[in-house]
Design a protein around this ligand. Structure first.
Ligand SMILES: *Cc1c(COP(=O)(O)O)cnc(C)c1O
Length: 391
């Protein structure tokens, strides 16, 4: 079954829909048992999708979990209140005092800070590596290395990683290492992380899955070998989402594919236009050859989503940044991304380098990040063009 068909049909079994089109919103804390026998059965089977207690999920959650497992070819899916919780609790599920982890320098800043501050305090130490690492990752693996955290493309700077080579080399040296990927950018559609050897594919469902900027949640889809640990540990930490959020996430999933294709088309159009703009030095879009790791993008991904960045030739002053960004017509200035609306934000190099302990970035201009929304591409180009002229 192709992805387009899969996301329409998945999680819509009759036990979840009660004969409606969509899964029911089952808001509850308590589940009523009709008999001691039923209570006993539920206590034994709550980890396998049997109703037991609200925190372990209701039909609304089970439906969404089933959809995510099918989309990302996993064995199980945990739901978390936001993407950050999905990342931190998944890491936490597998580490103990004295362990060592490896993380890419291009990872989302809060992911890095969790390692830098919270894990460090618990005697779990982190080694950072450059996003271009491949089989030479083995030089960094220690006897106590438990986890590798990948993110591709990297946050803000969009470097694509050589994931299959890195995984192959790791498995050869120390097969029990757990490999996590923040797969939010591809949303599990354009990169099938588990198929290329990742153990757990994590997403901020806040972005493309919910897709309408009106909710927050996170997902972690695991392969068979990591599933029991992930599920048990996340339950111990009390991780869950409410039924309404599970519903809007499942609803968002139905249109995920068409939305992504449109984000892709518009994003590419804007990226190419910016690439030819006289004020632009470089465009960091995985589908353009100017992006680090473009060849891995071509090899491993089946498409691109709407998030990318570019670097201006000049470093803008605060006044110039205001001239550019304060008066945009369609691009809203905001963090996050993945919704129907176009967003724009900026970062100077020292902010980016503050989370890169080893290899500092080296460019002179100001970085701008764009999420291409679902507006008409010509309106967006006009907006960007006017903004760049106002500098
Ligand atoms: C937004 C984001 C997160 C965090 O998600 P929240 O739902 O905001 O906690 C994690 N990873 C990436 C790549 C993101 O863009």
């Amino acid at each position: 079954m192709k992805d387009e068909t899969k996301i329409i049909n998945s999680g819509r079994n009759i036990q979840f829909t009660h004969r409606a089109i969509n899964p029911i919103v089952q808001r509850t804390s308590s589940i009523i048992f009709n008999s001691i026998a039923q209570k006993k059965h539920a206590a034994k089977n709550y980890k396998n999708g049997e109703l037991f207690y609200g925190r372990y999920g209701t039909l609304s959650h089970f439906s969404l979990q089933k959809s995510m497992i099918e989309l990302e070819n996993g064995s199980g899916c945990m739901l978390f209140p936001c993407g950050t919780a999905a990342i931190t609790h998944t890491i936490f599920a597998f580490i103990t005092y004295g362990d060592h982890i490896l993380i890419t320098e291009s990872a989302y800043a809060p992911t890095q800070n969790f390692c830098r501050f919270l894990l460090n305090k618990m005697n779990v130490h982190t080694t950072w590596f450059h996003s271009s690492i491949s089989n030479n990752i083995t030089n960094l693996i220690q006897h106590n290395t438990k986890l590798i955290i990948l993110e591709s493309p990297g946050s803000i700077t969009m470097e694509v990683q050589d994931i299959p080579t890195l995984i192959q080399a790791t498995r050869k040296k120390k097969p029990d290492i757990i490999i996590l990927l923040d797969n939010t950018w591809s949303s599990g559609v354009f990169l099938k992380a588990l198929d290329i050897g990742v153990d757990i594919s994590i997403q901020s469902g806040t972005k493309y899955i919910i897709g309408h900027s009106d909710g927050m949640m996170g997902t972690a889809v695991s392969n068979a070998r990591c599933w029991n640990t992930l599920q048990e540990q996340s339950y111990l930490m009390g991780q869950t989402i409410d039924a309404d959020t599970a519903y809007i996430a499942a609803r968002g999933l139905r249109t995920l594919y068409v939305r992504l294709k449109q984000h892709e088309k518009t994003g590419l159009h804007l990226a190419q236009w910016l690439n030819n703009h006289p004020k632009v030095d470089r465009v960091n879009h995985p589908a353009l050859p100017s992006c680090q790791g473009h060849k891995y993008f071509i090899r491993d991904f089946t498409g691109s989503s709407g998030l990318f960045s570019f670097i201006l030739k000049k470093r803008l002053t605060d006044k110039q940044l205001s001239n550019f960004l304060d008066n945009m017509k369609y691009f809203k200035m905001a963090y996050s991304w993945g919704g129907f609306e176009s967003l724009i934000t900026t970062m100077q190099i020292e902010e980016l380098n503050s989370i890169r302990p080893i290899n500092k970035l080296n460019f002179t201009g100001t970085l701008i990040r764009i999420h291409a929304g679902l507006e008409h591409q010509e309106d967006l180009i006009q907006d960007l063009s006017d903004g760049l002229n106002r500098i």
